[in-house]
Design a protein around this ligand. Sequence first.
Ligand SMILES: Nc1nc2c(ncn2[C@@H]2O[C@H](COP(=O)(O)OP(=O)(O)OP(=O)(O)O)[C@@H](O)[C@H]2O)c(=O)[nH]1
Ligand SMILES: [Zn+2]
Length: 357
Amino acid sequence: MNLKELGYTTRLQEYRRANQLEDFQLGRVIAEHKERYVVQTSEKTFNAEITGNLRFSAQGREDFPAVGDWVALQTYDADAAIIHKVLPRFSMLTRQAVGKYGEIQIIAANIDVAFIVQAIDRDFNLNRMERYLSLCNHSVIQPVILLSKTDLADKMQLEETIIQIQKRVKNTAVLPLSSETKDGYEQLEQFLEPYKTYCFLGSSGVGKSTVVNHLAGSEVLKTSAISSSTQKGRHTTSHRELIVLPNKSIVIDTPGMREIGLTDNADGIELTYDEISELAKQCRFNDCSHTSEKGCAVLRAVEDEMISEAMLENYKKLLREQLHFSSSVKEKRQKSKERGKMIKAILNEKKRDKFYD
Ligand SMILES: Nc1nc2c(ncn2[C@@H]2O[C@H](COP(=O)(O)OP(=O)(O)OP(=O)(O)O)[C@@H](O)[C@H]2O)c(=O)[nH]1
Ligand SMILES: [Zn+2]
């Protein structure tokens, strides 16, 4: 497999040259296991760890490698390597780390297109869809909505659902798909370009793995079938989350997600709700909260049924959430700064005491 087949671009090549990384091997992270990484190079896969330097200079999760990352590595054994550098990402999908408030988790790096998968049955939820859209819009990731399991609905329900989506979500392709009947697969395959990287985002059980398996064909189906359900206790090399399809598109398999908390994401939200953002410019007050203010252009648009009230409510909710995240990050930074100052003061005092002893 050459690097191009893993998604290597001329931009990365230029970066490698400009930063004297040509003595290192280059590879893409295809799986991650608690600071241990499986990296695919043009020749083989390596089990890799990061250098101590990289770990100690890391300021947050963003500085560690993630699945989809390009890394410069030095091999030291038949299948072991050390990661020296994470190459700049062109996109990064993040969410709030579950159970760790104010911390981010990287879902995947260097993604071109994200399919937001929702099944037409119980899973379908417009608010959640907008949440995923905000995630994609925050980075330069093109979102496509994949409405799965369409065989579970009749024609009318399908049509109504698509209209419902299009009313709320503008400028985004909606692809109805059934892995049972194969309806929609032709259209899906038209979306998949060689050497570009895709991921399928959505709740558990919406049919993401089934789609990837169908696209991959029987040969990769085996590896996918193993990697889908429980990943515990398996040797890292057998597990890969980055799959190259027969048409040379690259798919990063992400786990089903129950929670998708937003991180520092105001721009992603504004882009997702560009209609509201545009209208807000016409509100009488600059800091209008669009709740009860006089001269609010957004509320007027809701009254005129130009935009839906549910959409406005979700917009506000997401904004509140990301504000909360941002301020808790700030608070954390402030606290650690204060702690640093305190330690410094104590050390200084000790020094002084020594001086007078
Ligand atoms: N009726 C119907 N069932 C489907 C379809 N696609 C998948 N399923 C079924 O839905 C269940 C879940 O499918 P998966 O592909 O494992 O779902 P997933 O999104 O990958 O789930 P996680 O791996 O947990 O994230 C399986 O029992 C599939 O057989 C479909 O198009 N129609
Ligand atoms: Zn307003």
